[in-house]
Design a binder for this molecule. Structure first.
Ligand code: BG6
Ligand code: MG
Length: 218
């Protein structure tokens, strides 16, 4: 049976995937680098450095310049999350987290973001999570399984007892690589590889997920 849930944050619990996009767009515009919402699709769930590498393409920059650009993007992003409150939780999120808690399910955060802890605190759900694995927890970014394996370890569970909730293609791939079940939030084109694909967290209940996951191939 499932004993733990590992939630990605950006694009799963709240709309910060959009804030990341806007911060990258601002940086790209300032640098005169071609970038748009379509190009941003490839950045979903991807680490800060890898995201920047994607955006600069074949242009050459020194390490110092890369660092400066990553810091600038992060400054824009941090500014944008300053106003986050529990109101910014996606519909259905608090209900699901509460239900899982009451059912005795362990809850971990598995986010590539170094800002994940701040976002969780601002969303007011710190008391609902047992462990946080974030952008500072492991070296290898998603789609490597490392972050989710680390999260499972933090809540004391074997990977096959855990379900990952993700909105990114690389995140679903990381869950599969970790030997975990997965719930993809969003379009099939993005998260179609997940065991269960849902449009959002509204009306999602543990019993239904358990039933559907049993039907999914081991
Ligand atoms: C992921 C986001 O959760 O975190 C990415 O989906 C982001 O868009 C990545 O680039 C790293 O975030 P941060 O806050 O460490 O730059
Ligand atoms: Mg995400």
């Amino acid at each position: 049976a499932i004993q733990g849930f590992i939630f990605d944050v950006d694009g799963v619990l709240t709309d910060t995937a959009e804030y990341h996009y806007r911060a990258w767009q601002r940086l790209a515009d300032e640098e005169g680098l071609p970038f748009d919402r379509q190009a941003n699709e490839a950045l979903r769930g991807v680490s800060r450095r890898e995201s920047l590498m994607h955006i600069i393409g074949i242009r050459q920059y020194s390490e110092a310049q890369l660092q400066a650009m990553m810091e600038r993007k992060n400054r824009y992003y941090v500014e944008s999350i300053a106003t986050i409150t529990p109101q910014n939780l996606f519909p259905g999120a608090i209900e699901l987290l509460t239900e899982l808690r009451q059912a005795g399910i362990k809850i971990a955060i598995g986010s590539a973001s170094k800002n994940a802890r701040t976002v969780i605190e601002k969303l007011g759900i710190g008391n609902l999570v047992d462990a946080i694995a974030d952008g500072d927890s492991v070296e290898a970014p998603k789609p490597a399984p490392d972050l989710f394996l680390y999260a499972a370890q933090q809540i004391g569970l074997e990977p096959d007892r855990c379900v990952v909730v993700e909105d990114a293609t690389v995140g679903v791939r990381a869950a599969i690589a970790a030997g975990m079940r997965s719930i993809g939030i969003g379009p099939i084109t993005r998260v179609g590889a997940a065991d269960i694909v849902l449009p959002n967290l509204i009306g999602v209940h543990l019993v239904d997920l358990q039933a559907q996951l049993k039907l999914a191939p081991e």
